[in-house]
Design a protein around this ligand. Structure first.
Ligand code: AMP
Ligand code: FE
Ligand code: FE
Ligand code: ZN
Length: 280
């Protein structure tokens, strides 16, 4: 009965095809997973077919890139209508900006460490939501870093000066967008920067007012002090709490099912959703 509500495939920065991800979830003993690729629903069909044939329950979803005061904030959107025109337009805008931003980052790196856009394309499939992980893979292929983690700690670290942000809507707009597309929005890994930098109370109140459903508290990168603060906020605002792995295949150390979400919360997500249905 265990549910892992945050996973990535090759459609974004995971390393497995959607069907491989479903097989890995079955092998890990999970009964439900959500596929939440960054800013894309392109993996849904392949994942759904695999889930049906292997008897796993799939909650099709998305991890929407948003921004609050210049900081990147990720929103999980479960069971959205993937054809919702506003969601389609906004995710296309984000993906296009991600690509231009990645090209600019590669150009800057190239001045110090020879690297081309071809190197990045070789690490991704056509249509992939491009992110820093694909640049990291290109740096690994060139022999500049041993793995993604090292690339992020080195050349791709903000202090190295090669980065720039991509377009993303405001987080409040993201919550509204996911609800308008019939989905159920959950704030992804809101505690990675510690207890004193979790979402401020008044900001959270506005997100709840816009339709926020829950907080992803059990996440490998949330800090323990932040989890305590977030549980208090969840109680105060009547928010659901979720747990998930944020699995990226071999792209991250996160293991499938290392954190899970209670059956009651999964059922409430399904009950509230209007955009699409779980796949059995
Ligand atoms: P971007 O989408 O370009 O903002 O890059 C952020 C993505 O990089 C996140 O979704 C993570 O999957 C990945 N990431 C961040 N830090 C690391 C790390 N240290 N090792 C592997 N992947 C990472
Ligand atoms: Fe990612
Ligand atoms: Fe994320
Ligand atoms: Zn994620």
């Amino acid at each position: 009965m265990s549910a892992d509500l945050h996973t990535h495939s090759r459609v974004s920065d995971g390393t497995e095809a959607p069907a491989e991800l479903i097989r890995a979830a079955v092998a890990a003993g999970l009964s439900t997973i959500a596929l939440t690729d960054h800013d894309s629903t392109d993996g849904w069909d392949e994942a759904s077919e695999a889930a049906r044939s292997l008897g796993l329950r799939l909650l099709p979803g998305i991890e929407l890139s948003t921004r609050t005061n210049g900081h990147s904030v990720h929103l999980l959107g479960y069971l959205v209508d993937r054809l919702d025109p506003e969601l389609v337009a906004e995710t296309e805008r984000i993906r296009t900006s991600r690509q231009h931003r990645a090209e600019a980052i590669v150009e800057r790196i190239d001045a110090d460490y020879p690297l081309s856009w071809q190197d990045v394309l070789a690490q991704s499939q056509p249509g992939t939501t491009i992110g820093r992980p694909h640049i990291a893979d290109a740096l690994v292929a060139r022999g500049y870093s041993a793995n993604r983690g090292e690339a992020f700690a080195g050349i791709l670290h903000p202090r190295s000066g090669y980065l720039e942000p991509h377009y993303a809507p405001d987080t409040l707009e993201g919550v509204r967008l996911i609800r308008a597309a019939g989905g159920v929005p959950v704030l992804a890994h809101p505690g990675t920067r510690g207890a004193d930098r979790v979402v401020p109370r008044d900001r959270l109140a506005a997100l709840v007012e816009a339709g926020l459903f829950g907080l992803e508290i059990d996440h490998p990168e949330n800090r323990e002090d932040a989890k305590v603060a977030l549980r208090t906020l969840a109680r105060e605002f009547g928010l659901a709490t979720t747990g998930s792995s944020d699995y990226h295949g071999t792209g991250k150390v996160n293991r499938l099912g290392e954190h899970t979400t209670s059956p009651e919360v999964v059922e409430e997500i399904i009950r509230q959703a209007r955009g699409s249905e779980p796949v059995h």
